[in-house]
Design a protein around this ligand. Structure first.
Ligand code: IMP
Length: 192
């Protein structure tokens, strides 16, 4: 069965393909011929995930799911949160965003942070949401070469290495996105 993942992000697409282990064929926006950037104007992760999934449903008539993820840092009152993709401004890189967080965290002793992913699924005109969260802390300097985004500075609780050091095999089993995807898959297996 085909499942449309409403994302242009090839890292996320590959992570999902890895997680579903061939039980579904994951198509992304490029695969369905959608080149445009889908608006993400909500003030919540859930709102943005629903906005993206509804866009695909309305414009392409396809059942689909979408995710929105944020890094929430305690010492920054939950920032960057819903602004994680553009924390250093529009059109900036992963590195720019990470460096802004590092600068803001320079004098902070409370390093606690978490990643939260919300997945919105639209199936047969019904909407469902699933949430995954992983706790951790932020390092003062990036470490590791795998993953993307804030992975080089995020160390999940119980591990000595960052997501970027742990690599895909570990990250894709324990991450915020994996935890949300497991719920999505459980749901789909029961439903379909
Ligand atoms: P999105 O809106 O879900 O694409 O995620 C917003 C931003 O959060 C991305 O641009 C990345 O900077 C960051 N992000 C999302 N998922 C991850 C992850 O798994 N690891 C590290 N950073 C992530």
């Amino acid at each position: 069965m085909n499942l449309v993942f409403a994302t242009h992000n090839i890292h996320k697409t590959n992570e999902l393909r890895d997680m579903v282990e061939g039980r579904f064929t994951i198509l992304n926006l490029k695969d369905i011929g959608c080149e445009e950037d889908i608006p993400e104007t909500s003030s919540t992760l859930k709102g943005n995930a629903l906005q993206k999934a509804r866009f695909v449903r309305e414009h392409y008539g396809l059942d689909c799911f979408a995710d929105d993820t944020g890094l929430l840092v305690d010492a920054l009152s939950g920032r960057p949160g819903v602004f994680s993709a553009r924390y250093a401004g529009e059109g900036t890189t992963y590195e720019d965003n990470m460096n802004k967080v590092l600068r803001e965290m320079q004098d902070k002793t409370n390093r606690a942070a978490r990643f939260i992913t919300v997945i919105a699924l639209i199936l047969n005109n019904e909407e469902y949401c699933f949430e995954g969260c992983i706790e951790g802390d932020l390092l003062a300097k990036p470490r590791g070469r795998h993953g993307f985004g804030y992975d080089p500075i995020f160390r999940p609780t119980g591990y000595t290495q960052t997501f970027a050091e742990l690599g895909d095999a570990v990250k894709n089993k324990i991450s915020h996105r994996a935890l949300a995807v497991y719920q999505l898959l459980d749901f789909l297996f029961k439903k379909l």
